[in-house]
Design a protein around this ligand. Structure first.
Ligand code: AMP
Length: 601
């Protein structure tokens, strides 16, 4: 599959067409210093843009250039890096109007990034109108942060009002390199405590405990934590108010100061490129030396803190521009961490040269308890692979059958013993008509059921006989009869109320067995495989009625080789939703196991 990835920043654009099979880029476009710069690099060659210097026009020009370069290759979809997904997205999603609107609503939290990401989405939709667009969020991987790591210690009303909490970023990269580390070490990521140091122009460290992000140094915005190219990382918030007062700065000025004029650039005074800073430090530049010291000290401090948070560490990995390429920085960071079992092998560290052929290097000393790795990150590839998953899922869903819906009227299942009493010893039920589920039938026989308040006559018995008596009624019946029936899965009768059954030959007082049946879908194991669900999963089913589209939540899946695909809802639900037997639904999502649902019920 060919996937186009779009990484659209506020002043730069990176487009890659990735062959997901070879995991290589077949077309690469880079544009920087937008919208002023006219020179754009396409597959290593310079293209010159001659139109108006407006961001959307340049985006369209770049996308058209990639489209042309594709020649006869067909791309299957477009994966977009989206920086802020807020609380809402914990995994990549197909972009529709609602998703685009949510990304827009989150602009407050990522004022530089989300508008640029949206421009990329709009331009891609325009140039490739028929392709699916997928958003891959930088924040998504960190949705697993526990509350204690997610919250700032500030007034709870204000936190709530503005959604002020720690979201974390670089998630796509942290997740990708952590999995790479586990693969390299031939271990299950679920058995590892990983510290991932993403050290590029933006930098963050993430504690990944057993596959889940549990701490990350970037917070609500992209400013917290480590020292970065032009961003300060952690500062005493008092500095902000101090500067506002002393310099009479507006909030924009403070933001520019901390975002663009701080970090390595601010400290060195000559730029944010770590290569230059290392060079200058070697030449004796004291500012450069201090910048490196603050950079590495901050990171070492975080490694110690995050090791404490995970009660230990198994893997320490370095990635992104500085992490992948600077043995000097890796060395400085690891120095003094022997007490944590972190021991670098100097020779391996110096000679590790990551490339297309070598994307992971083990730079730990033989005796190091913690494995230290340098790993090449590849956010574009990670985005393409995530987009591929969504597209495959979408294709699967498109060829998945619709689910016929049947309305289940009130009915009764009886045991041998109860039939004996109601109809006489060894009485055999007779078939009135077969039901859709193979082997099941509606009997000619009916009984009257009597509750505390009222009785209902001629309630149909369904065959064949069962090991437990069960009376399935609707909510309306429940009120009418005066019985307090719970919503239950068929056969789960503990603690359910009883009722009186009157047949032509006798009466049975049931001690338990009255339920309102949980909505359910009968399916054959082959259907379950197709839908990607299993017995007892809870799913949502959407009925796409043009006038009244609606979703049934909490629908339990029942799988048996005796079942045929069909969803059952009761009469009340059918009436309320104006659904008749024979309409169809689409399976939307698989949610939680029925045991969880039982707790909720
Ligand atoms: P990224 O944002 O991942 O592209 O990383 C950019 C940062 O990586 C810049 O600060 C570069 O100076 C730094 N970088 C790239 N190569 C090296 C290197 N060989 N040694 C030190 N820093 C490097």
């Amino acid at each position: 599959m060919y996937i186009l990835t779009v990484n659209c920043g506020s002043s730069s654009l990176k487009l890659d067409v990735i062959d997901t099979q070879t995991q290589q880029s077949v077309t690469e476009l880079k544009a920087e210093r937008l919208p002023e710069e006219r020179d754009i690099t396409l597959n290593g060659k310079t293209l010159t843009y001659s139109g108006e210097l407006l961001f959307p026009y340049i985006l369209t020009f770049c996308l058209e250039a990639v489209k042309k370069d594709l020649a006869d290759k067909t791309i299957s979809g477009i994966g977009h890096r989206v920086v802020h997904g807020g609380d809402k997205y914990y995994q990549p999603v197909l972009i529709d109007e609602q998703v685009a609107k949510t990304i827009e609503d989150l602009i407050d939290l990522a004022p530089l990034h989300n508008p640029a990401n949206l421009s990329g989405i709009k331009a891609a939709q325009q140039v490739f109108p028929n392709l699916p667009n997928i958003a891959v969020f930088d924040t998504a991987f960190h949705q697993t942060l526990p509350s204690r790591a997610k919250h700032y210690a500030i007034d709870k009303e204000i936190s709530k009002k503005y959604n002020i909490k720690r979201y974390g970023f670089h998630g796509t990269s942290h997740q990708y390199v952590a999995q790479k580390a586990a693969d390299f070490l031939q271990q299950d990521i679920k058995n590892l405590r990983i510290l991932s140091c993403h050290l590029g122009n933006g930098a963050s460290i993430c504690a990944i405990e057993f596959g889940r992000s549990i701490e990350v140094s970037l917070g609500m915005t992209t400013m917290e934590g480590l020292v970065m190219g032009t961003r300060s990382g952690d500062v005493d918030p008092g500095i902000v108010t101090f500067l506002q007062q002393k310099e009479n700065w507006t909030y924009e000025q403070v933001e520019t100061f901390l975002n663009k004029k701080s970090g390595l650039a601010g400290m060195s005074g000559f730029g944010n490129d770590m290569r230059d800073i290392l060079q200058q430090a070697e030449n004796g530049n004291e500012d450069a030396r201090l910048a490196i010291q603050v950079f590495t000290h901050r990171l070492t401090k975080y490694i110690g803190a995050y090791a404490a948070v995970m009660s230990g560490v198994d893997v320490l990995l370095f990635t992104a521009g500085i992490g992948e390429n600077s043995p000097e920085i890796r060395n400085r960071v690891c120095r003094g961490l022997e007490f944590l079992g972190i021991m670098l092998d100097d020779d391996k560290n110096k000679s590790a040269k990551l490339s297309d052929e070598l994307d992971v290097a083990n730079i730990s000393d033989e005796n190091s308890r913690v494995k230290i790795l340098a790993i090449r990150t590849d956010e574009q590839l990670a985005i393409a692979l995530e987009a591929q998953k969504i597209i495959e899922e979408k294709n699967k869903v498109n060829c998945i059958p619709k689910i016929p819906i049947a309305i289940s009227a009130r009915h009764i299942h009886l045991t041998r013993e109860t039939v004996d009493v109601l109809f006489g010893k060894d009485y055999e039920l007779t078939e009135y008509k077969p039901l859709s589920q193979p082997g099941q039938y509606a009997a000619n026989e009916t009984v009257n059921i009597v509750g505390k308040k009222n009785k209902i006559e001629n309630v149909r018995i369904l065959g064949p006989l069962r090991p437990k008596d069960q009376v399935e009624i609707s909510k309306t019946d429940e009120f009418f009869l005066g019985v307090d029936a719970p919503i239950r899965e068929s056969g789960h009768l503990d603690g359910t109320p009883g009722i009186t059954l009157i047949g032509p030959k006798g009466t049975v007082i049931l001690k338990e067995g009255v339920i309102i049946a949980l909505r359910h879908i009968h399916m054959h194991p082959s259907d379950a495989e197709l839908f990607g669900v299993k017995d007892h999963d809870i799913v949502s089913v959407e009925v796409d009625d043009e006038d009244r589209p609606l979703t049934f939540k909490n629908v339990v899946i029942r799988v048996s080789d005796k079942f045929k695909l069909e969803m059952h809802i009761d009469t009340d639900e059918g009436n309320a939703a104006e659904i008749k037997s024979g309409e169809e639904g689409v399976l939307m999502s698989c949610k939680q196991s029925v045991s969880l649902l039982a707790k909720n019920v």
